[in-house]
Design a binder for this molecule. Structure first.
Ligand code: PGA
Length: 249
């Protein structure tokens, strides 16, 4: 089995003002005690420049970037802007962006490629809605595997790309997928990655789980087969809540 280094990542979404930079420092201090795993925080773009000098070895990332280098795209943030602000990575394809900004998998693939071109590592998010899950596990596995392949950027490689499986019905709802549901989905995604990228890169690419991960369920989630870390929303906003998840890895 390929040994994959775990990544515990927080996604602050549209939360966080300068007053919360103390939490970034406190989480960075917890991260610095763990040389055996990676820890990251995906912050609002406005906080990155202030947070980066506090982060130590912890990854600081943005939550999205545009697929073009620059231009007339009011309100968007480019990959070069994230890099210049001090980010080392970015999320792409989060379900909230797919839903509210109508991003397609082709858009997500283009964003991931652009982020990599500017030296950012990328966490690419995928996941099914409740409606799809209710059609049965096989349908859900097929849907998410297809979404993964359609979202994979050209040159996808585990040295800079990580996948995050986040069932939409588990995000912010307190409903966590069961360890067996997670393991079954991650196994299906592993098969799809090996088929698309070949044995080496397909097995080396990390697959995180996200959706209502907390200190209470992190150990169960992280010990499921093929789970290489977690992407955490609500419970990443403070060191007090995020610390137990880092400790469980
Ligand atoms: P949640 O969010 O942990 O608050 O469910 C996870 C995510 O959207 O990345």
């Amino acid at each position: 089995m390929t040994a994959r280094r775990k990544l515990i990542a927080g996604n602050w979404k549209m939360n966080g003002l300068k007053a919360q930079l103390g939490e970034v420092s406190a989480i960075a201090a917890l991260a610095s005690e763990r040389t055996d795993i990676d820890v990251g925080l995906f912050l609002p773009a406005t906080l990155i420049a202030a947070a980066a000098p506090l982060a130590g070895a912890m990854l600081i990332g943005g939550q999205d970037c545009h697929a073009q280098d620059s231009g007339a795209f009011t309100g968007n943030v480019s990959a070069a802007m994230l890099t210049e602000a001090g980010a080392g990575g970015t999320l792409v394809g989060h379900s909230e962006r797919r839903q509210y900004q109508h991003e397609s998998s082709a858009d997500v693939a283009a964003k991931a490629a652009k982020a990599h071109e500017h030296g950012l590592s990328v966490v690419l998010c995928i996941g099914e809605t409740l409606e799809t899950r209710e059609q049965g596990d096989d349908i859900a596995h097929g849907f998410v595997a297809d979404q993964l392949i359609a979202s994979l950027p050209e040159g996808a490689d585990p040295s800079w790309l990580t996948i995050a499986y986040e069932p939409v019905w588990a995000i912010g709802t307190g409903k966590v997928a069961t360890p067996s549901q997670i393991a079954a989905m991650h196994a299906a995604l592993r098969v799809a990655l090996v088929k698309a990228l070949g044995d080496g890169p397909g097995n080396a690419m990390r697959i995180l789980y996200g959706g209502s991960v907390s200190g209470d369920n992190a150990a169960d989630v992280l010990h499921a087969d093929n789970v290489d870390g977690a992407l955490v929303g609500g419970a990443s906003l403070s060191a007090a809540k995020f610390g137990p998840i880092i400790a469980a890895a």
